[in-house]
Design a protein around this ligand. Structure first.
Ligand code: PLP
Length: 341
């Protein structure tokens, strides 16, 4: 029985083409800047983002951390969503390693941060307060795509107040594909953008941080400081190059599968689901806690893995096809309205 793993798109495995490219990658010592494949990946990422430079790092968490450390000094503050990855899911790294204080705000239901609330949270220049330095947005945020005009307004607000603006774009290609725009139409609004290669794009490891040459120079130094300098990393970067060149358009299939999944589940009793809210590759299922626990173990017996904090989160990706979606819908139906009941 094939295991259908819907816990996250991080579970994707490198494709055969990717493994082949990895095995023949030209390599050098990247700490000396001498790995040609890493240099190609960084050049490609910078070009796609329309930025001067990029840095290949081991994870999205490290990429966001380096962005925070590079934009902010000790005693500075960044504004982020209450459930933003940069605040909630990165072990407090910015505080632990940078003495940088977060100012969390609730996300609006569309994944944005209300700009009036952001403006109100920016601290005046006064020795009582931390220095508000940075606004962090997330796109996609829980599968939701930020509107382009919103991002432009957020960037204007940040600039008006002398803040830098960072995008946690772990899944920003899902947003670009959904909006049918080149990546640069989104990234142009930011001073830095972090992009995961290891989620729906299928690379085994790695993220890229993009920004100005000066910012990336600082981030490169911080990467070394946090122990993230890699040597013959071209083996990994080769997979990243293939992720950026051949895996982006395919994300549309994940979005299609997520919508089919949501529609298939929407008629079932005992769970709440909003197919209209599915924009990219995530479906959220709400139900009483006890039912979610029952569902989770029932599905596990059928070889279907699901997760989430609170609601069930079902994530479609490279290793889930439309037949798998049918199997998942059938399993939910069998659990929620058992035959003969
Ligand atoms: C996955 C994710 C990250 C971090 O990526 P890792 O490579 O798992 O460290 C950052 N931000 C968001 C929004 C993510 O979904």
């Amino acid at each position: 029985m094939k295991i259908i793993d819907l816990r996250s798109d991080t579970v994707t495995r490198p494709t055969a083409a990717m493994r082949k490219l990895m095995s023949s990658a030209e390599v050098g010592d990247d700490v000396y800047g001498e790995d040609p494949t890493v240099n190609r990946l960084e050049g490609l990422a910078a070009e796609l983002a329309g930025m001067e430079a990029a840095l290949f790092v081991c994870s999205g968490t490290q990429s966001n951390l380096l962005a925070l450390l590079s934009h902010c000094q000790r005693g500075d503050e960044y504004i982020a969503g209450q459930t933003a990855h940069t605040y909630r899911y990165e072990g407090g790294g910015a505080a632990v390693l940078g003495s940088i204080q977060p100012q969390p705000l609730d996300f609006a239901s569309d994944g944005s941060l209300d700009l009036e609330k952001v403006a109100a949270a920016i601290k005046p220049q006064d020795c009582h307060f931390a220095n508000t330095r940075l606004l962090c947005l997330e796109n996609t945020q829980a599968g939701k795509v930020l509107p382009l005009d919103y991002q432009q307004s957020a960037a204007s607000l940040a600039r008006e107040h002398g803040l830098a603006i960072h995008l946690d774009g772990a899944r920003v290609f899902n947003a670009a594909v959904q909006q049918q725009v080149p990546l640069e139409r989104i990234t142009r609004h930011y001073d830095s953008v972090s992009i995961c290669l290891s989620k729906g794009l299928g690379a085994p490891v790695g993220s890229v941080l993009c920004g100005s040459a000066a910012l990336i120079g600082t981030a490169r130094r911080w990467r070394k400081v946090v122990g993230g300098g890699m040597r013959q990393a071209g083996v990994l970067a080769a997979a990243g190059i293939l992720a950026l060149t051949e895996q982006v358009e395919r994300l549309a299939e994940d979005h299609h599968n997520a919508r089919r999944l949501a529609e298939g589940l929407s008629g079932l009793d005992g769970i709440e689901i909003d197919p209209g809210a599915v924009q990219t590759n995530m479906v959220f299922v709400r139900a009483a806690k006890s039912r979610l626990v029952t569902l989770q173990s029932f599905l596990a017996e059928r070889g279907i893995l699901v997760g989430g904090y609170g609601d069930l989160r079902l994530v479609t990706h490279l290793d889930v096809d439309s037949r798998d979606i049918d199997r998942v819908v059938d399993a939910f139906a069998d659990c929620l309205s058992p035959r003969g009941a």
